[in-house]
Design a protein around this ligand. Sequence first.
Ligand code: SF4
Length: 317
Amino acid sequence: MAQLPATLEKRKNKMLISKLTKGFNVNGFTSKAAAIRYLKSKGHNICTLLAQPESNPKVAKNGKVVEVMTCALHLAPFNLSGFQVCAKASQGCAAACLHTAGNPAYMDQKEKSRIAKTRAYFLERDAFMAVLFFEMLAHYRKYFVKQGVEIAFRLNATSDLPFESRKVTIDGKPVLLMEAFGKIQFYDYTAFDNRAIKFAKGDMPKNYHITFSKKEDNDQEVARVLWHGGNVAMVATKDIYKHVLEQGYIALPSPTGSPIKYKAVDGDAHDFRPIDPSNSVIILKAKGDAKTDTTGFTVRKLYTGKAQTLSAAIAAA
Ligand code: SF4
């Protein structure tokens, strides 16, 4: 088992919810059941929002690799629900989206449930956030408090929304959701370079980790995120995946034009991105439809010329 990084071990964030006694009120609801009843009365057929940590094979690897149980929220990606949740989605990423992972026999039901959740998020935000809060609290109590197991939340498992600015009103006081669970790690992938750069600059909540996703149409954003010290995930062919991990680095274009060497990390070993070294490139092996991708989403070619380090490039810029 890998150890959690020191930054996680030494978290000093306050755990706002640990101060709360039983019977508090979130967005006007005193329990998950009350918020669910309200949602159902408005036609939103929802029972639960977060998937169990074991229910996503990719995320479940965390339990084996880094002793962290990740609880994920799956919404309906792009505008499947009639509401856009990932405005920066590309043709290539949509085809490789985690949304379609899992047993096809359950896909229809899964899609209906994700559409219902997404519609509730947009149409009944207060009740949705209350359900989310109470479920997060239940996971926190079950794993973190009772079993002493580290947990994490991945709220954008199949969306790309600014959860860092989502608030809940607890007993009349508005607080950021991530602040309420200050000791718990949140993490996501994003295709918004401004969010990834904000994270790299330390301007996101301390317990939120963001990895930028490379797609077929965002090379300039990739260069910018890495230049600012952020991390980037990319899908590559099996041969490139192997080669890059063997050599330990990958050369990518920079905003100045000259390629730079970045540390390469095996993204298939686990999905708990907060333990990746900063300013690295996370390589994932193409799976499913990504193997035959023709959009350019799957990296099939490497830069083979001379590359410099980021610090040398910054000094020369
Ligand atoms: S942006 Fe993410 S969630 Fe949206 S379609 Fe692409 S891979 Fe799926």
